[in-house]
Design a protein around this ligand. Structure first.
Ligand SMILES: *[C@@H]1O[C@H](CO)[C@@H](O)[C@H](O)[C@H]1NC(C)=O
Ligand SMILES: *[C@@H]1O[C@H](CO)[C@@H](O)[C@H](O)[C@H]1NC(C)=O
Ligand SMILES: *[C@@H]1O[C@H](CO)[C@@H](O)[C@H](O)[C@H]1NC(C)=O
Length: 501
């Protein structure tokens, strides 16, 4: 069901701003958030404050001559974004050349290796500006006429909590590891498991429920037609599209999305109190690679290629739906609503849908001060294989690792894992931390490599090759120095379940 958004009042306010904005920079003050929404006249525009007042006062926002709100992330409610969206859809379209001019890496191959193995046409031949215009118009149309109105759905969301998409047996084993770790961290957050149809039967649900506080575990079947965001499921593929749907459909107003192979090191409840989340209402973490200079997503979202940005790693993500309900719908639309799978040709899974939806809607998002650190195995001869990303607490003045996301761990064979566990003191042996990880403009030579494990004694015939990350110019150090006791903790929470499976 598609509902048009009721917005005539707000759009006329935007037109008013466009006219007056030609003369001055205007500021408007936000009302107390609690008062907004039900009356339908939440944002009040006042036109005569000097810009300096706008900067100095908490909550004051600057609107440019076109009606675009600077620091739009401060808009207090989903509906207060509507005039801003109107201005976004009226922006002049960016050409491919203009978008490409933003990035001038000396060695692009050393930073943008995603899609290296693909023979995708867009990589070799820039998409035409006509195609980019056509695609841009399509999402503009979605924003203008197809958003589900927040007012109709806001009663469905409440509070904070962790959401995990899981269902098959392996993912449930990983969820149990997470639950044991959250118990060690004394987390009190409620948890909601999103699954598809018959995948998660009642006895599996009960077994999970027993591992968590009573009345604090919930389940949502994404195949249920009562869900807000409808999605699909293919038992033969990785179903990335379920993640954007899970965020929208979650019962939580401020859902924290966690992948099942991602182990929290601090209680995720702490993230809600971070200065970064309080400022932006979102936390998006970085991935290892940069987005290619000629990726069509840059111009389609009117964004110049950015040298201070990485791809997004959506193994963990926090968002306030009361403010970004429409942004999330765009992310879901990019990922789900294209019959020709247009966006999946140049975006991997769900991960960059969030970042580019915020770019499209000209809304800054919250990112951690520190880029990720690679964590992995180290042989006695010094061979490093990064199978996990350490992701940091977002605030600059808090250097703690917050998560260990073992995205490539599943590519390590049992034989390899057992050998590291028995001979080298575990698989969480070493780390590589970029010395300039607080300046995202500084690049380091990274890539995914294959570990054929020549070093393994009595290597079995046909053992699968592991894929690993590496930072070639960074020396590995011992993880125990920055994360004391983690290998032991991993044993305690049953992390090595895969050896018995
Ligand atoms: C429920 O699912 C689990 C895991 O897939 C399976 O082992 C178990 O036999 C199922 N139980 C029932 C009653 O179907
Ligand atoms: C970050 O690195 C870039 C590129 O090397 C440099 O130009 C810039 O000054 C650095 N910024 C800070 C704050 O150090
Ligand atoms: C990056 O490291 C790889 C592997 O050591 C090497 O082949 C490549 O030349 C390096 N690239 C740059 C730009 O340093």
């Amino acid at each position: 069901m598609i509902y048009p958004v009721r917005q005539p009042l707000k759009i006329s306010a935007a037109v008013f701003l466009v006219v007056l904005g030609l003369l001055f920079t205007y500021v408007f003050f936000r009302e107390d958030a609690a008062g907004i929404g039900s009356s339908g006249s939440g944002v009040s525009y006042s036109g005569s404050w000097p810009a300096s007042v706008g900067h100095a006062s908490y909550g004051a926002l600057i609107v440019d001559s076109k009606g675009l709100v600077k620091d739009a992330h401060r808009l207090p409610t989903a509906d207060s974004f509507l005039p801003h969206f109107k201005a976004v859809t009226e922006m002049k379209g960016m050409t491919m050349d203009e978008a490409k001019s933003g990035c001038t890496w000396l060695y692009p191959a050393a930073v943008t290796f995603t899609f290296d193995g693909s023979d995708a046409d867009w990589k070799l031949n820039d998409r035409s500006d006509m195609e980019l215009d056509r695609q841009r118009n399509k999402w503009h149309e979605f924003i203008e006429s197809q958003l589900l109105p927040f007012e109709e759905y806001k009663e469905r969301f409440d509070g904070r909590g962790i959401i995990i998409v899981a269902g098959n047996e392996k993912s449930l084993k990983r969820v149990r590891v997470i639950l044991r770790q959250l118990m060690k961290l004394k987390s009190e957050l409620p948890i909601e498991i999103h699954f598809w149809g018959q995948e998660l039967n009642e006895s599996s649900r009960n077994a999970l429920q027993e591992l968590w506080q009573p009345n604090k575990m919930f389940f949502n079947d994404l195949s249920d037609p009562a869900n807000i965001a409808k999605t699909k499921f293919n038992p033969y593929l990785i179903n990335y599209q379920l993640k954007t749907a899970a965020v929208i459909n979650s019962r939580f107003a401020e859902p924290f999305l966690l992948d099942s192979d991602n182990i929290p090191i601090i209680d995720p409840a702490e993230l809600y109190d971070s200065a970064t989340y309080r400022e932006f209402g979102t936390l998006f973490w970085p991935d290892i690679a940069r987005t290619r200079t000629n990726n069509p997503m840059w111009p389609i979202t009117n964004t110049k290629c950015r040298m201070d940005e990485y791809e997004q790693e959506s193994g963990q993500l926090l968002v306030d739906k009361r403010r970004f309900f429409y942004h999330l719908q765009l992310a879901d639309w990019f990922g789900n609503a294209q019959p020709d799978q247009y966006y999946s040709k140049f975006l991997l899974g769900d991960k960059d849908l969030f970042r580019f939806s915020w770019h499209a809607l000209k809304t800054p998002f919250g990112s951690p001060a520190r880029w990720l650190t690679s964590v992995g195995t180290l042989t006695p001869d010094g061979y490093y294989c990064g199978h996990t990303f350490a992701q940091y607490h977002p605030d600059r003045d808090d250097g703690r690792i917050a998560f260990l996301h073992g995205g490539l761990l599943k590519t390590l064979s049992k034989e390899l894992i057992s050998w590291h566990r028995e001979t080298n003191g575990g698989i969480f042996k070493a780390y590589k931390k970029h010395p300039h990880d607080e300046n995202w403009s500084v690049t380091t030579n990274v890539s995914i490599k294959w570990d054929i494990a020549e070093y393994l004694p009595n290597k079995p015939e046909g053992m699968p090759v592991a894929s690993c990350t590496d930072f070639y110019d960074v020396e590995p150090k011992i993880l125990e120095e920055i994360l004391p006791g983690f290998e032991k903790r991993y044993e305690e929470i049953g992390g090595y379940w895969m050896l018995d499976a």
